[in-house]
Ligand binder design. Sequence first.
Ligand SMILES: C[S@@+](CC[C@H](N)C(=O)[O-])C[C@H]1O[C@@H](n2cnc3c(N)ncnc32)[C@H](O)[C@@H]1O
Length: 235
Amino acid sequence: MAKAFPHAQVVGLDLNAQKFSDAPKNFRFIHGDSDQTLPKFNGQASIVHCRCVAQHVTDPQALILLLSQALVPGGLLLLADGDWIVYDQHKKLVEPFQWWDCGTTSSSLAEPAVLEEDAHGRSWYAGWLNFLGNLTRSKNYRPIEELVQSADALTVLDSRRYLSPINWPGEGIENGEDLGKLLIINQRNFLLGSKEIASQAGFSREMIEVWGRHYEAEVDSGHFYNLWHYLTAQK
Ligand SMILES: C[S@@+](CC[C@H](N)C(=O)[O-])C[C@H]1O[C@@H](n2cnc3c(N)ncnc32)[C@H](O)[C@@H]1O
């Protein structure tokens, strides 16, 4: 954003520290919490862009309020959010493999053969997303469209859902070729980044190894889509 709009002052915010090797001069990053940091920008921002954060905060509705308060009157809020469901090449919902629903006992989880028998053709990839989504999504989360509609100060200008192909161009998808290449990197990185969370949640090392192998094979060779939500609102 800062490179594309050199006359704008761009501020990034995240709870996690980030390193930017080639940040332009009109960009600064704040390592902080949205609850404490956003009020410092009340009434100052022409555009607020919040991507894939709303479902991870304890109170998503309060976050939308803080984001709208940071805007100048007439300012734009751009919200994007990922979903945790997977579609197949025919744009039909893929059934996730959920070991906790299939009678597997926790003592047998470390046995790859038992796990593989239990999958019965259901998707390991969709199962992993389902598990991580349930684990990390706030209990108070509602789709961004609903959150913004409940915020008095905001008017929705545009709200849409779109499918991104993974490792293939998809069918009838604008920029599908590029999206497919980006999403396979994104989904491989997601697996790597989420193994530790799965381990803390009780997945054994063997189980993560088996699950990860199937996940990678599916996203590499399957024809899947991820679902995303995108919304523009004005103050
Ligand atoms: C799925 S990641 C999205 C990261 C980035 N916005 C993007 O689109 O690539 C969710 C991010 O929300 C951040 N986050 C969660 N709670 C937060 C909070 N209260 N304040 C600031 N950032 C928060 C996490 O640190 C994490 O980096």
